[in-house]
Structure formats: structure tokens, C-alpha cells
Design a protein around this ligand. Structure first.
Ligand code: PSV
Ligand code: MN
Ligand code: MN
Length: 406
């Protein structure tokens, strides 16, 4: 029966001019890192609820992340956050990942949890604190080298709560100075991914508040610096896919932190709230990928995809599996857009036809496609069910409560 459904789907797509083999191939090639911190306990400023079975150290976080990859096939990388994932021997952590058939991904410095950073890190008026912050950035370059990660992912909580609290232009210069030192310490094949966010924890101004500021910083530093788009970091109503298209064209789209949000930086399961937004982001990427094959320059083939989520209430490994399968689903749908059809409609200024050509791809059920893609890759057709049946979730309960948390 499921074979028949797939055959109908395949035929339907063929008639629309979509190559299903190519679609499956592209999904198989997806590589979405999961964040080590998404496996630990997290919460809001009101309460961190402890869950049973949460990893107690970075090694166990990697073991949990390996489960997500085992069942989805698309998440072989684990992003780390320092010092949350500080260990004595990073070589050992790298080996541990390898033994579990994953690898360490983006290295995220943490310049927001030490008391010294109360009034800022790389923008602190005190040069000694700026030095300390820069040393941490340099330490993270070394860690990346040791664990063989090419991506350094930077987000700064630096900002102020009140007008007059800080000198906005001085702080801007201080940040650039510190980042330049880090940039110069990076290997040629490393990338600095600069993340922006419009508020929180600072409520008046945030140093890198939007993509324009991050882009300007990347431009000033040089070609190894790019912008990272966290889908939860914009004011309501922002057209994120437009930002994506702009950065792709400028060849400065470094990566993503996927998650979904309703009101602020909610860090919820990717595509849980607004799947159409993720679909439209992928539409821009898929179109840029196609343009590249026609010689139009953009950096659509070199995007670091990551999740950045905190599962405050829901079980963490299943939440990650759901996020990865959601991303697979939305990417698959975007790959079903007949771009020629859209283009023809655009040339005729036929708005209704153009919008419909995009949206109808979203409306297809891609479940049969994903099932076959998984079968072909030797993966369980239902990753969530396979994980739940595996007994891993029960096994880790012996870790008890009170595991790692931020
Ligand atoms: C900040 O809100 C952020 O999105 C950055 O990526 C941090 O590194 C991460 O969340 C920490 O949870
Ligand atoms: Mn983020
Ligand atoms: Mn965030």
C-alpha cells in the first residue's frame, strides 16, 4: 500500500517536472547539527524543571545526540558551548564523538554567564574584562582546532538597559577590536559565524541587534566572517526569508539556528509554530542552489545548519528528533517548488500564479517521499517510533535527576 502511495506521488511530481530522485538525494545530504545544550535541563527565569535521565556531562550529551543521528540520519554534528561543555581533554571528547558515530560541530564561546560580564564582555568599559573575553575567544579557536571543527559561532549578550548606560560608539569599536584579534587567530579554513538578536538579556540596546550590524561586522573583518541567522531573533513580523536571500546574494550567509517562536526568543521545536516560514526560507536556499548551477554566485552550498533549542518541558531526545524530521519535511516541500513555473509567472507579473506555484509545493504530503528516502538510507521509516521502541529513553533514567543545565 505504502509502495503504491509513493508511486502515485512520484508520478504526480514527474508530471509537474520535479525530479524526485534529486529531491531525495538533497535531503540525504542535509546536515543539521544539534546543540549539546539542548539535551541538558533548561527553563525560564521563573523555573528550571529538572528531568530524569538528563546527561550529566558533555560525554553523555554526545551519546544522546548520537541517538538523534542514529534515527534521523541527518544530524552527525554536535555543537558545543564553552564552558558549558568544558572538559580537561578535548581530544578525548572528539574521540568519544567518533566512537558514537558523530563529530563535534560549531564551537560556541560563552561570554554571558560569568559575573565579570555583568556590564559587558567584549564591550566592557574595563580593558581587563575585554582582555579576558578576548582570551576566551582565542581559547575557543584552539578548542575548534583540537576538535577539528571549522565553525566558531558567536553570540554576545552585550548591551545596556538604559539610555546613557554605555557609550554606544565606543562599545562598537571595542567589539570590533576584540573580534579582529580572534579573526586573525583563526585558520584559513575556519569560519566565524556572527549571530545577532534584537533584545534579551539587554532591554534597551543590544550590540549586534540585527542582521545589518552582524553583516557590517563580517564585512569589516573579512571573508572568513559570515552572518548566522537564528530564526528566533527577530521582532514580530520580520521577513526572515528576505534577509536570507540578501545574505545569500552577498555570500555572507554563514548558518542558521533553527527553532520556532511565538513571542520572543522561545527556542521551541523547529517549525512547530510557523512551518510556512521555514518552507519559505528553504525556498530561497533551493532557488539560490539552482542559480549556482547556472553560474550565479551565492553561498547556498556552504550553510551551517544547526538547531538552537531548549526543551524546558518536553523530553529532549524526542524533541530533537521531531525538530530534525520537521526540517526534513519543510526542506522536501521547498524542493518540490517548480522554479521555472515561478519564474515564468514572475516574468509575466502574474502574481496569483507565482504565489500559487510556491504555495502548492507546501501543500503536498511528503510523508511517502521521506519514508522511501529513509528506507533507501537504511534508516527506520518512522524515526520517532523507532527511538521510542529502542529502550534508550528508559535506560538513561538511571542517570537520575540533576543533570547538566545552563
Ligand atoms: C542566544 O539567545 C542564543 O540563541 C545563542 O545562540 C546562544 O549561544 C544560545 O542562544 C544559548 O542558548
Ligand atoms: Mn542561537
Ligand atoms: Mn537565542
Amino acid at each position: 500500500m505504502s509502495d503504491q502511495i509513493y508511486q502515485i506521488f512520484e508520478q504526480q511530481q514527474k508530471e509537474r517536472g520535479v525530479d524526485v530522485e534529486e529531491v531525495k538525494l538533497r535531503i540525504k545530504q542535509l546536515n543539521i547539527e544539534t546543540p549539546s545544550w539542548g539535551y541538558g535541563d533548561s527553563g525560564t527565569r521563573f523555573k528550571v524543571f529538572q528531568q530524569e535521565g538528563v546527561p550529566r556531562d558533555p560525554f553523555e550529551k554526545i551519546e544522546d545526540a548520537a541517538q538523534v543521528h542514529k534515527y534521523t540520519g541527518n544530524s552527525p554534528g554536535v555543537a558545543i558551548h564553552i564552558p558549558w561543555d568544558k572538559v580537561d581533554n578535548y581530544e578525548e571528547l572528539k574521540q568519544h564523538a567518533k566512537e558514537h558515530e558523530v563529530h563535534l560541530g560549531a564551537v560556541n564561546p560563552n561570554l554571558f554567564q560569568h559575573d565579570d560580564y555583568k556590564f559587558g564582555s567584549v564591550t566592557n568599559a574595563d580593558p581587563a574584562i575585554r582582555r579576558k573575553a578576548t582570551e576566551h575567544l582565542l581559547e575557543c579557536v584552539d578548542i575548534a582546532r583540537t576538535v577539528e571543527s571549522k565553525n566558531l559561532s558567536l553570540w554576545f549578550a552585550d548591551g545596556t538597559n538604559y539610555p546613557g548606560q554605555g557609550d554606544l560608539r565606543k562599545r562598537k569599536h571595542w567589539m570590533e577590536e576584540c573580534l579582529r584579534e580572534m579573526y586573525l587567530a583563526m585558520d584559513e579554513d575556519m569560519r566565524m559565524l556572527i549571530e545577532y538578536k534584537f533584545f534579551e538579556p539587554a532591554f534597551y540596546h543590544t550590540e549586534l541587534a540585527d542582521w545589518g550590524m552582524a553583516y557590517n561586522m563580517a564585512q569589516k573583518l573579512g571573508p572568513k566572517a559570515e552572518v548566522l541567522v537564528d530564526t528566533g531573533h527577530h521582532p514580530q513580523g520580520t521577513n526572515i526569508e528576505h534577509i536570507v536571500a540578501y545574505l545569500l546574494d552577498e555570500q555572507r550567509l554563514g548558518g542558521f539556528h533553527f527553532n520556532s517562536r511565538k513571542y520572543a526568543d522561545d527556542d521551541l521545536i523547529a517549525a512547530a509554530h510557523n512551518p510556512y516560514e521555514l518552507f519559505l526560507i528553504f525556498y530561497q536556499i533551493v532557488q539560490a542552489q539552482k542559480d549556482r548551477s547556472h553560474g550565479i554566485r551565492n553561498n547556498a552550498e556552504n550553510i551551517a545548519y544547526m538547531l538552537d533549542q531548549c526543551h524546558n518541558l518536553e523530553p529532549k531526545i524526542p524533541a530533537m528528533i521531531r525538530s530534525i524530521t520537521n526540517v526534513q519535511t519543510l526542506y522536501a516541500k521547498a524542493l518540490l517548488i517548480n522554479l521555472e513555473e515561478v519564474n515564468e509567472a514572475q516574468e509575466k507579473n502574474d502574481i496569483l500564479c507565482a504565489e500559487h506555484a510556491v504555495r502548492k509545493a507546501f501543500e503536498f504530503d511528503v510523508t511517502p517521499l521521506l519514508r522511501v528516502m529513509r528506507e533507501e538510507s537504511g534508516l527506520p521509516v518512522d524515526p520517532m517510533q523507532a527511538y521510542l521502541n529502542s529502550g534508550y529513553g528508559e535506560k538513561i533514567l538511571s542517570r537520575g535527576k540533576g543533570g547538566a543545565s545552563w
